[in-house]
Design a protein around this ligand. Structure first.
Ligand code: NOJ
Length: 761
């Protein structure tokens, strides 16, 4: 018996010894994880520590410039030698299991890899692009989409998404506007918070949640002239008041990781920026996760003229708090030498590795590295009927009705011929958008299919019109548009003439916006404008369905055609969702998260701008702050969007006109659905601080509520204001609300609303 017990104990020891390091005990609490991190760290060699800080892409998918070493064997060896802590662009259970097995079974300490991917708006079931989702003004919608994306990614072996992208941007020339939540820090913060929660849930170690990576820290969206990767030079006030809030909200939501950015910020690359990463993120905000560089951004500090060579770049990046090197090879090649020469303290390396291991523990990777490698889940979860239904739901809520003269919309489902026109209308690919992860090419429901499903094949005439994009269409190719070949134009005009109503799809190819897709001209490309004008000549009952990833210049359209529906790039269920709105099964409720300009020359254009010393005057005088050839105002303002019903605001009432330091003002307004069908309205609260120690914006969004009302019904909408809502940052005083006079508006967009005054004592 004694022998048996001894053998059993020996077996137990053997079992424990064979487990990957740190795997002996399941993580139960934060303290427990911290102990396990320290324990593991104490066993690691310097090489192994640096290995954890190294990340490579798979050799079959690239989302940045191709690495010099294109060989998969090279990667496998690096994993076995413990020189790789993470990979990106490895997807699917089979592939992720293969690399994970090498890490867990063949490296000395068996530390699992953390596997990341750009799951921006869906993994296989594709949701609307992030900008579109922001147009729902419904954080629950963004949360749902992130939750489904996490479920699918986790079922396909992934642990980590490089999302949400929370860069505020005011410039439609920048192609990456599509990835964010638009121009406003308040709306952006609500969306960022919801997305982090959607990806991560309440338990990072659950089998259907993944770690978020909030990007790009920071100020990437303020690239000069909207040119991607370009210089950013902004004040600390702008950083704190406008750029930081969505990042801070993400930390508050518990975001596991951050990604830094390619740009310089006031002369210092974000990747080498101590202020951003150490002082703000890890200091003031107490962020305890890790920061990954952007693709090669450590090396790019040499191009910026900020680092002399790769070694210097590694030194500057680690000093600044970049914990993981994506594809620059700077850490794996140069950090050891830097430690040995005393230029980098090992404690700095330990801090970075601690952060990386902490997230791996929180994901539960040490307890079960195979948890995310489940073929069964991969088969059942991806593209499930439930996920597709969620994609349709999110898509219809992301649509914005820009114009609807004489109630041309909604269309009758029967009794009329509908001409559907334009290459984009039949496209099953464009609606999938850029950053489409593992979408099956050409798998979206096209607009044409969506319309036919409701109106019946026999009532629909389709004409493609002239070709639009005539080059290859993909993530890496520069697009070419057809400017000359009119083939298809006559047929389109004929179709328009023979129909009672025209639905024409115009806008952008999905690879027209996204990374590296800056444009100096944001009007319709190719022959689209010509097609629109010819079709309009033939039939005035035109509904334009816009598909695009950024605000466009659409003056002629706005002036002439009776109906315009902004549908962005809506994902897998685009055609069905648009048809839901076109035929009135869903009453559009979206509002613009970005201002639409009259001219690209107005960029940057945003509603929450400052006054100038010469802010107004008649349109005819010159010596005021204005263009001589275009109005200052946007074509469609931030927060704007119509419905098939109408809403009336009345009886704005404040509980007090004086706000005290610890007090609160209750703002009440009556909202009535004055039309004849159910609809949802986003009631928006804006505040202006009349005078401050620095000039203050003309108005700032401080609250919103999306409310559904039946025809004829009304409700009282309530907002609360405290001093916290009035705080703003100045270098002199930090975050502080300054006593004085304020104005507020409650209404349907940033351009109109009922008005009241109050004072902060
Ligand atoms: C570069 C992009 O800027 C970033 O957003 C993305 O996550 C990485 N490449 C990885 O694909």
């Amino acid at each position: 018996m004694k022998k048996l017990i001894t053998a059993f104990i020996a077996l137990l020891f053997l079992f424990a010894a064979c487990q990957p390091a740190g795997q002996q005990k399941a993580a139960t609490s934060g303290n427990d994880i911290e102990k396990r991190v320290e324990d593991l760290l104490s066993k690691m060699s310097l090489d192994e520590k640096i290995g954890q800080m190294n990340q490579y892409t798979s050799r079959w998918e690239m989302t940045g410039p191709a690495p010099a070493n294109a060989d998969s064997m090279f990667i496998y060896n690096m994993i076995k030698e413990g020189k790789l802590g993470s990979m990106l662009n490895v997807t699917g259970v089979a592939a992720t299991r293969k690399v994970q097995k090498l890490a867990v079974d063949s490296s000395r300490l068996g530390i699992p890899l953390i596997l990341g991917y750009d799951v921006i708006h869906g993994y296989k079931t594709i949701f609307p692009i992030s900008l579109a989702e922001a147009a729902s003004w419904d954080p629950e919608v963004a949360k749902l989409s992130a939750k489904v994306a996490a479920d699918e990614s986790a079922a396909a072996g992934l642990h980590w998404t490089f999302a949400p992208m929370v860069d505020v941007s005011r410039d439609a020339r920048w192609g990456r506007v599509m990835e964010g939540a638009g121009e406003d820090p308040y709306l952006g913060s609500k969306m960022a918070y919801a997305r982090v929660k959607g990806f991560q849930g309440d338990d990072l170690s659950a089998e259907n949640t993944i770690a978020a990576c909030v990007k790009h820290f920071a100020a990437y969206g303020f690239a000069e002239a909207g040119r991607d990767y370009n210089t950013v030079d902004v004040s600390e006030e702008l950083l704190q008041n406008v750029i930081f809030p969505p990042f801070k909200a993400s930390v508050e939501a518990g975001a596991a990781t951050f990604m830094n950015s390619f740009n310089t910020l006031n002369g210092i690359p974000a990747t080498g920026n101590v202020y951003l990463q150490r002082d703000i993120l890890k200091g003031a905000w107490n962020f305890d996760g890790f920061v990954v560089s952007d693709w090669g951004s450590i090396g790019e500090m040499i191009n910026h003229g900020f680092a002399a060579d790769r070694k210097d770049a590694a030194l500057k990046a680690i000093t600044a708090g970049s914990d993981m090197d994506m594809e620059a090879n700077a850490y794996i090649e140069d950090l050891k030498g830097l430690v040995e020469s005393g230029q980098v303290k090992e404690s700095l390396i330990d801090d970075a590795v601690r952060r990386i291991l902490r997230i791996k523990f929180r994901l539960g990777l040490f307890d079960d590295p195979w948890k995310y490698c489940n073929e069964e889940r991969e088969k059942t979860v991806l593209l499930s009927a439930e996920n597709l239904a969620a994609a349709r739901e999110v898509a219809k809520k992301s649509i914005v009705l820009l114009k609807n003269e004489n109630n041309l919309l909604p269309l009758a489902k029967t009794g009329q011929k509908i001409a559907v026109i334009g290459e984009l209308a039949a496209s099953k690919d464009v609606p999938l958008g850029n950053w489409r992860a593992q979408a099956i090419p050409n798998s979206a429901v096209s607009l044409l299919e969506g319309i036919k499903a409701v109106a019946g094949e026999q009532n629909v005439i389709f004409a493609k019109g002239p070709d639009y994009v005539i080059s290859a269409r993909n993530f890496a190719t520069k697009l070419k548009y057809n400017e000359t070949d009119l083939t298809g134009l006559d047929a389109a005009v004929k179709a328009a003439r023979s129909a009672s109503v025209v639905v024409i799809a115009l806008g952008e190819d999905c690879f027209q916006s996204g990374e590296g897709r800056s444009q100096s001209d944001i009007s319709l490309k190719g022959l689209q404008q010509r097609l629109l004008e010819e079709v309009y000549k033939a039939n005035k009952n035109v509904v334009v369905v816009l598909m695009n990833g950024r605000p466009l210049e659409i003056n002629w359209m706005a002036e002439n055609v009776p109906a315009i529906l902004e549908t962005w790039h809506l994902g897998s269920q685009a055609g069905n969702a648009i048809a839901d709105v076109l035929f009135g099964d869903y009453n559009p409720s979206g509002k613009l998260p970005v201002s639409f300009p009259r001219s690209v020359g107005q960029m940057p254009l945003y509603y929450n701008h400052l006054f100038t010393g010469r802010p107004s005057g008649s349109e005819d005088v010159t010596l005021w702050s204005r263009y001589t050839d275009v109005s200052n105002s946007p074509l469609y303002p931030f927060g704007y969007g119509l419905s098939y019903t109408t809403f009336e605001y009345s009886n704005l009432h404040l509980s007090d006109t004086v706000l005290t330091a610890n007090g609160e003002i209750t703002v009440k307004v009556n909202l009535k659905n004055s039309g004849n069908r159910f609809g949802e309205e986003v009631a928006q609260l804006y505040i202006r601080d009349i005078t401050g120690s620095i000039a203050r914006p003309v108005k700032e969004l401080k609250g919103f509520q999306k409310i559904g009302l039946n025809a004829g019904d009304n409700t009282e909408v309530t907002f609360k204001i405290t001093t916290k809502d009035l705080e703003f940052f100045t270098k002199a005083n930090g975050w502080k609300a300054e006593p004085g006079k304020f104005k507020l508006w409650v209404g349907t967009s940033s351009a109109e609303g009922l008005e009241a005054d109050f004072v902060l004592k």
